[in-house]
Design a protein around this ligand. Structure first.
Ligand code: TRP
Length: 375
């Protein structure tokens, strides 16, 4: 398996990632602590979609002492948003709601320009705007959320970025990210830019504010080096909570915008999404007879994964689906139909919210409102 910020492939062993990255699994005790404050345990926690962390205990310790934390997440806007991207955003929105947390949402349009051969700056701006609509459609609270395009706001980030950069060496970023002597110098500086929002809650309020980063596990290398720098600048180390990857509609691999037939985009017409689902790989058998006799395998099936990650929130229902699949009771065509019946209204609703978002963009943008959020 390969898990880096630019490549995720192979069969992902999350227990192994916990060991290799040196992060902590989310324990039952920790989940119970969250449940106590949140009132419920979010589906993504019950199902271990968010499965590991760094310093989440500390975030809760501080919260219990009356120190609220801020959230930081982000997106590299290199194309349209798919339903895999929104998995951690759904959870981030939940955290914002239950903990009344401020959210710094970074759009690393500079990163996507620097890392991709074919991208020009206009494309970066275009996808930033398009992706902002998806982010707003998630329902984040405009009073407590600021969306930061790096390209549009670098003057607000630069002071902290160079302070961070001064403590990051070329040999460190080479080792952590695999940069080469032939790498362009923009990407060598970039990790400092992705660190900045982790420090904004403290820097903008003039107080030490704990920061929690919900993100897919592939972003972890950034946080390792950010945490090393934090004390040198007098900031608390940001904490993390890490999510798994939503698989694509093909056989194996995470959902990826570079393979459009295997990704469900938020902007796909419901009929297009239906076609993609109906053509998807499944954990089913070669023939109906075999499936009835031997059952199918939900653990390699993207259709089951989408129900599990996003659509079927009732635990009893998903358990039943799993049993019906494994027993051969349920055939893949029928199961796909069930998913289609959920995906189509989901997309219609999201697209309506996305349209409405167009009138609210200014309420979220750092270039309009600055970086200060209420206490
Ligand atoms: N580098 C991330 C990407 O390519 C974008 C990003 C910036 C991000 N800051 C973040 C993701 C914080 C998660 C959390 O998608």
């Amino acid at each position: 398996m390969i898990v880096t910020p630019w490549e995720v492939s192979g069969k992902i062993d999350y227990d192994k990632l916990i060991r290799e990255f040196g992060v902590e699994p989310l324990t039952i005790e920790l989940l119970e602590r969250i449940r106590k404050h949140a009132g419920t345990l979010h589906t993504q926690l019950r199902r271990k979609i968010f499965f590991s962390h760094r310093d989440l205990n500390w975030i809760l310790d501080e919260y219990e002492k009356g120190h609220k934390f801020a959230l930081y997440t982000g997106r590299g806007p290199s194309g349209p948003v798919h339903i895999g991207h929104i998995v951690p955003w759904v959870f981030t929105k939940h955290l914002q709601d239950v903990f009344k947390a401020n959210l710094f949402f970074q759009l690393t349009d500079d990163e996507k320009f620097l890392f991709r051969q074919e991208t020009n700056i206009d494309d970066s701006h275009h996808w930033t705007y398009e992706n902002i609509l998806d982010i707003i459609a998630m329902g984040f609270d405009p009073k407590r959320t600021v969306i930061i395009s790096d390209l549009k706001n670098m003057q607000r980030l630069y002071e902290i970025a160079i302070k961070v950069a001064k403590h990051m060496t070329f040999s460190t970023v080479k080792a952590v990210f695999g940069f080469q002597d032939s790498s362009n110098i923009g990407i060598i500086f970039f990790p400092a830019v992705q660190s900045v929002p982790a420090f904004l809650p403290s820097a903008t309020s003039g107080k030490s504010v704990p920061c929690l980063i919900p993100a897919a596990i592939d972003q972890d290398p950034y946080w390792r080096i950010t945490r090393d720098v934090a004390p040198k600048l007098g900031f608390p180390k940001p904490a993390q909570i890490h999510s798994k990857f939503l698989p694509g509609l093909g056989k194996g691999g995470k959902m990826s915008a570079s393979m459009p037939e295997t990704a469900i985009f938020t902007t796909d017409a419901p009929e297009v999404a239906e076609r993609k689902v109906m053509n998807a790989f499944t954990g089913g058998r070669a023939t109906v007879e075999e499936q009835r006799r031997l059952g199918a395998n939900p653990d390699i099936c993207p259709i089951y994964s989408y129900e599990y990650f996003l659509f079927m929130e009732d635990d009893k229902e998903i358990e039943q689906l799993r049993r019906n699949c494994m027993s051969g009771h349920l055939l893949c065509g029928d199961c796909k139909q069930m998913l289609v019946q959920r995906v189509k209204p989901f997309l219609r609703e999201l697209q309506a919210r996305r349209e409405r978002a167009k009138d609210h963009v200014d309420e979220f943008l750092a270039e309009k409102k600055g970086l200060n959020l209420p206490e």
